[in-house]
Design a protein around this ligand. Structure first.
Ligand code: AMP
Length: 278
């Protein structure tokens, strides 16, 4: 696996690959890799010739400085995982390579910025579009792979690609779960044994909503899932929403795609998860 830490070296290498008619796949991550990330790599390997994984803990998308500071950065074990997974290129730049001092950024992504995760983490999606646009401009991937785990993020990236006429195709890959159903996340390392037990309530509530989908109204389903989560000790619910899968506004009977999304604090760790209901 080739490892680059500068834009110039990465760019030169990818230019040469493109001249050889290789298609380029990109898997952007913040590292602390788990099987969810590696599944994106597998999708990328099956659909493109040269797979680039980026590991960059992007400061502009963090709303909580402590969260940024303590974010896990196990780069040596990440490199081993990427090598075993057959990744072609790792791009692991320092912050100074991606940002100049006092940089500003704003992209009008409309209501998606302010709903759900956006409401709880103001500015988060500006940071996400800022870094992902830089990665897209630098790497010029044919296809970029993102996880359904961050469902709203995929919609935000789709919106950015559309607004900026970017040529990249965005592919959303399914959520990989631990035994028991907990969605894999780099933040799961913060969960102690009791938290892990409590955290299972989130995927169980999503499954409950899916099982009961045909038998209840959206409000009834939301109440059912919310009550179920609220009975679990150690879990503080931020939201459980049944939303239109394209707009993330509350679902209506006319919604073509419907998704249930949940976010909660388990112990000191904030977790998100979702399931596509129809
Ligand atoms: P992160 O490193 O958390 O920024 O995640 C990098 C990419 O991996 C994002 O596109 C995530 O949606 C995706 N991802 C994270 N967790 C999972 C998971 N459990 N299953 C599938 N994809 C995931």
């Amino acid at each position: 696996m080739k490892i680059f830490t500068t834009r110039e070296n990465l760019h030169n290498y990818l230019d040469e690959r493109r001249l050889n008619n290789k298609t380029i796949g990109l898997v952007p991550t913040m590292g602390a890799l788990h099987n969810g990330h590696l599944s994106l790599l597998d999708f990328a390997k099956s659909q493109t010739d040269e797979v680039v994984c980026s590991i960059f803990v992007n400061p502009t998308q963090f709303t909580d400085p402590t969260d940024l500071e303590k974010y896990p950065r196990p780069i040596e074990s990440d490199i081993k995982k990427l090598e075993s997974a057959g990744c072609d290129v790792l791009f692991n730049p320092p912050v100074s390579e991606m940002y100049t001092a006092n940089e500003t950024w704003h992209l009008n992504i409309g209501h998606l910025e302010h709903l759900l995760e956006g409401a709880i983490r103001p500015g988060h999606y500006q940071g996400v579009t800022q870094i992902v646009s830089k990665l897209f401009n630098l790497i010029e991937p044919d296809i970029a792979f993102f996880g359904q785990k961050d469902y709203q993020q995929v919609l935000v990236i789709d919106k950015m690609v559309q607004l900026l006429n970017m040529k990249v195709k965005v592919v959303m890959c399914p959520i990989v779960r631990e035994d028991g159903g907990l969605a894999m996340s780099s933040r799961n390392v913060y969960l102690n044994a009791a938290d892990r037990e409590h955290a299972l309530v989130l995927s169980k509530a999503l499954n409950l909503a899916k099982e009961q989908f045909a038998h209840h109204t959206f409000t009834e389903l939301t109440n059912l899932a919310t009550d179920f989560i609220n009975t679990e000790p150690g879990v503080k619910l931020d939201y459980f929403e049944i939303a239109d899968g394209d707009s993330l506004y509350p679902a209506t009977p006319l919604s073509k795609k419907i998704v249930a999304l949940v976010a909660a604090r388990v112990g000191n760790t904030r977790l998100i998860d979702n399931v596509i209901l129809s």
